[in-house]
Design a protein around this ligand. Structure first.
Ligand SMILES: [Zn+2]
Ligand SMILES: [Zn+2]
Length: 362
């Protein structure tokens, strides 16, 4: 679970937790039970999962929240409005918020209840598959949400699935995961100009069965689903195993503050990646909402387990690209800076932004 030390004896001051978010079980429309989900997550070596059944915290009520060995199981839920749009992933509330009329209402109530919320699959589109309609975010005038699910594994895959048989897509579903929707990244960058909005990646695991003619196939068996889009958290300390309540609040806080990056495991295992900013006399901060204002100049350092194309994004625009497993990028002025890593035509890593200077950042 600990990130390895660098050869120059630099000790990375954070613990990395690798997990999968936005999972559905048989408590709503998912295809697996909690025990099956937990077993699969342990099997593929995850440190945490966040399960979000539709409008239900049944997993918590049934006693599944907490540690299962070294895996932490966090239970939230997925909210939707009366038109089944504006899906919102809710974490950290004591109960399901019983309000559906419009998104701003439940965003506010989640916050009042001490919870944290992420817009789910906001840019979802379906070009070909009418049996599975899209559930995009439609109300973009809302305020006060904590974050955005930038990359949704199920949306990415379904978006380009044609009804004309695409057998390879059914048999090798993860091969087709490409990148987070660009228009969504632009919105996110724009939101980040005036306040911090956290990004995360979700699986939206349903272990669904798709029927094509006489064929019925489980696309994305649960273990396959958990080997795709992941969110890697950087925490100050490991979760305390003897205190599940505190562990949950630390995990939810790290998500809310965006102390994380998203990876696609199918392309390569990103565990052990170090993405951090250094300023002053060796102060090190991880991506996400800063606890203190970070001044320029600073250096953003990237150390990955393998070579990739590293993109350095400032205020929504790519200002530098380099090939390699490591790079140091100079930050000379205030702004919002983030890292993307690409393997050929496929996105591999998206970091949350580093915020340099005070808001508005540009
Ligand atoms: Zn949804
Ligand atoms: Zn969902």
């Amino acid at each position: 679970m600990h990130v390895s030390q660098q050869p120059d004896r630099f000790v990375f001051p954070f613990t990395e937790l690798v997990g999968a978010l936005h999972l559905h079980t048989t408590f709503s429309d998912g295809g697996v039970t909690y025990p099956q989900m937990i077993l699969a997550a342990q099997d593929v070596g995850l440190d945490y999962v966040v399960v979000t059944d539709h409008m239900a915290l049944s997993g918590r009520d049934a006693g599944f929240e907490g540690f299962a060995g070294s895996l932490f199981v966090c239970v939230g839920y997925e909210h939707n409005d009366d038109n089944n749009k504006n899906h919102y992933l809710v974490l950290g509330t004591e109960s399901v918020i019983g309000y559906h009329a419009e998104a701003q209402g439940y965003i506010d109530r989640v916050r009042e209840a001490g919870g944290v919320g992420f817009m789910a699959h906001p840019a979802e589109k379906r070009h070909y598959f009418e049996a599975y309609p899209a559930y995009p975010w439609t109300n973009w005038n809302v305020t006060g949400f904590d974050g955005i699910e930038l990359w949704n594994q199920m949306s990415d895959w379904l978006e380009n699935l044609r009804t004309r048989l695409h057998f390879t897509r059914l048999f090798y579903p993860r091969r087709f995961l490409r990148e987070a929707p660009r228009e969504l990244l632009s919105r996110w960058d724009e939101f980040g100009r005036t306040r911090f909005v956290a990004g995360m990646g979700g699986v939206d695991a349903h272990t669904m069965k798709i029927r094509i003619g006489i064929m019925r196939r489980t696309v994305f068996p649960i273990k396959v689903e958990l080997k795709g889009i992941r969110t890697h958290l950087y925490l100050q300390n490991p979760l305390p195993p003897s205190d599940p309540k505190r562990s949950k609040s630390l995990l939810v806080e790290a998500l809310k503050k965006g102390r994380s990056f998203i990876s696609n495991f199918r392309r390569s295992d990103a565990r052990g990646s170090l993405i951090y900013l250094e300023y002053g006399e060796g102060r090190v901060v991880c991506p996400g909402m800063p606890d203190e204002e970070v001044p320029a100049p600073a250096i953003i350092r990237v150390r990955l387990p393998r070579e990739a194309e590293l993109r350095f994004i400032k205020n929504g625009s790519c200002i530098d690209r380099r090939k390699g497993a490591s790079a140091d990028f100079d930050v000379r002025t205030k702004g919002s800076y983030r890292i993307e890593a690409w393997l050929g035509k496929h996105a591999w890593i998206y970091s949350n932004p580093f915020c340099v200077g005070g808001y508005p950042l540009w």
